[in-house]
Structures are given as structure tokens and as C-alpha cells.
Design a protein around this ligand. Structure first.
Ligand SMILES: NC(=O)c1ccc[n+]([C@@H]2O[C@H](COP(=O)([O-])OP(=O)(O)OC[C@H]3O[C@@H](n4cnc5c(N)ncnc54)[C@H](O)[C@@H]3O)[C@@H](O)[C@H]2O)c1
Length: 253
């Protein structure tokens, strides 16, 4: 048996990949040999990351079904879809607060990106994967959707919904050589959370880190490592799962 995470000849699409976790995943997939299409709402972000790896940029809004369908139809076959676009839009993470104090207008952006965005992109790539008898769908979720987290109810619910979609689609598509999995991340250090980590003496950051067995925030490459493995041929019997990548977080402090 040889063991190598070789993705040569595979074409990957990573959504929301103009920065942060998505950018790390783009670099991981490209290093494994995949042709990578870099999506972002912001064309300049997508182009910059595509230029870093010699890939292609595709700007579209994952929340817009028609735009997603048209954009993906215009691409060559997508073998690997990474649903990474998340949070609440281009400005990154939007704060929520106690559920009882929030309104439907606060919940909606999370569902549009984290759940409908995943539905749209997955719906657009699956027919081609079924025809070709091979595919990987990997959705980047959050531990708050797996275990629950105070003050983030709508975000957690939207992420848990995407994990439910993963399980259902795994059952539907396994017979076609397609696997569908979710990665549930702990708190990462990305542009979206830089305000938390920029000051090493930030008491909130220090308190948060006490919950992590590995005393650091996650990095994009931590997410990339499991994504590349799940995308590889070695993971062909792994489907319908949600894998935490979270530095051993525990709710005990
Ligand atoms: N940062 C964290 O601590 C953390 C923790 C758990 C899970 N996650 C998840 O990881 C993923 C990436 O997070 P990040 O911190 O890198 O985010 P980020 O906000 O730094 O980057 C997200 C990128 O997605 C793009 N984007 C947003 N809405 C889009 C849309 N509708 N269509 C296309 N592109 C869009 C943005 O322009 C941005 O470039 C998200 O799904 C997020 O929920 C992040």
C-alpha cells in the first residue's frame, strides 16, 4: 500500500476562499495537486488567492441560487466541493446575543450563507459528480453547531442544519462514489476573529483559550489538513460524518 494525499487530476471549488480558513484550504488542496477554483463574494479577494496558487477565481454569491447555478454550469467539472463560505457575509462574523433578544432579521443572514449557500452549491455540483461516479463534498461547520453555544443560537442552528444535510446526502449519494462530510471547527484565528486575537493580553481571548487543551486558536492549515484527507482516495469509505477540529475544546474552564 502506498500512502499519499495525491489530488492530481481533480478539480476543486472552495467557496468563501478569499481569506481565512478557505484560503488555507485552497493552499492545502493545491499543494496536493488539485486544480483549485477560488470563490468569494469579493472578486479581488478571490483573484488574489487564485494568483497565489496559479488557480482560477470565480466570484459569486453563494446565497443567490441562480448565480450559483449559472457560475457552476460555466465551470469545468467540479470533483471536490468545499462549502466554506460562512458566517454572515463579506464582513465576517456578526455578533448575535441572547436568543430572546434577537429578531428574525438577525437570524436570516446566518441561514442564508451557512445553510442556503451550502444547499445551492451542493445542488449545483452533485449531478455532474453522479454522472462521473466520483465526488467529495466537504462542508466547513462549527463546533457551536455540534455542541451548542450561548449567544450564537441562529449561527449554531444554521451550522447544525448543514451537518444534517451532510448526513442525508451521504445516504443518497454513497452509491455513486460520492462522500459527504462536515468539519466542525473550534475558534480559529482568521480575519473574521482577528479582533479577538490581535492583543495577546486580551482577557477574553485568554479565558477562551483555557477551554482548549492545545492552548492556541485553530489555524487555516489545521482545517486544510483534514479537508485534503477527506478529499483524497484514502477517505472513500468515510461519509456522513462530522469531524471536530478544535484543539480539544471542553466546556470546563
Ligand atoms: N473563524 C472562526 O473562528 C470559525 C470557527 C468555526 C467555524 N468557522 C467557519 O469557517 C468558515 C470560514 O471562516 P473564516 O473565519 O475564514 O471567515 P472569514 O469571514 O474570514 O472569510 C469568509 C470569506 O467568505 C466570503 N463570503 C462571505 N459570504 C459569502 C457569500 N455569500 N458568497 C461567497 N463568499 C462569501 C467573505 O467575503 C470572506 O472572504 C466559515 O464557514 C465559518 O463559519 C469559523
Amino acid at each position: 500500500m502506498t500512502f499519499g494525499l495525491e489530488l492530481k487530476g481533480r478539480r476543486a471549488l472552495v467557496t468563501g476562499a478569499g481569506q481565512g480558513v478557505g484560503r488555507g484550504i485552497v493552499h492545502g488542496l493545491a499543494a496536493a495537486g488539485a486544480d483549485v477554483i477560488v470563490n468569494d463574494l469579493r472578486i479581488e479577494r478571490a483573484q488574489e488567492v487564485a494568483d497565489e496558487i496559479g488557480g482560477t477565481a470565480a466570484a459569486f454569491d453563494v446565497t443567490d441560487y441562480d448565480a450559483v447555478t449559472d457560475a457552476i454550469a460555466a465551470l469545468d467539472d467540479v470533483d471536490i466541493l468545499v462549502n466554506n463560505a460562512g458566517n454572515a457575509g463579506a464582513e465576517g462574523f456578526a455578533g448575535l446575543g441572547r436568543f430572546v433578544d434577537t429578531r428574525p432579521s438577525d437570524w436570516e443572514p446566518f441561514f442564508r450563507v451557512n445553510l442556503y449557500g451550502v444547499l445551492h452549491c451542493t445542488h449545483a455540483v452533485l449531478p455532474g459528480m453522479i454522472d462521473r461516479g466520483w465526488g467529495r463534498v466537504i462542508t466547513i461547520s462549527s463546533d457551536s453547531g455540534r455542541t451548542g453555544e450561548a449567544n450564537m443560537a441562529a449561527y449554531a442552528a444554521s451550522k447544525a442544519g448543514a451537518a444534517g444535510l451532510t448526513r442525508a446526502l451521504a445516504v443518497e449519494t454513497g452509491r455513486y462514489g460520492i462522500t459527504v462530510n462536515t468539519i466542525a471547527l473550534g475558534t480559529m484565528r482568521t480575519e473574521a476573529t482577528e479582533g479577538l486575537w490581535a492583543d495577546p493580553d486580551n482577557p477574553h481571548a485568554k479565558q477562551l483559550l483555557r477551554r482548549y487543551a492545545v492552548r492556541r486558536p485553530g489555524l487555516p492549515e489545521d482545517a486544510a489538513a483534514l479537508t485534503v484527507f477527506l478529499a483524497s482516495g484514502h477517505a472513500s469509505w468515510i461519509t456522513g460524518q462530522t469531524y471536530p477540529v478544535n484543539g480539544g475544546i471542553s466546556f470546563a474552564q
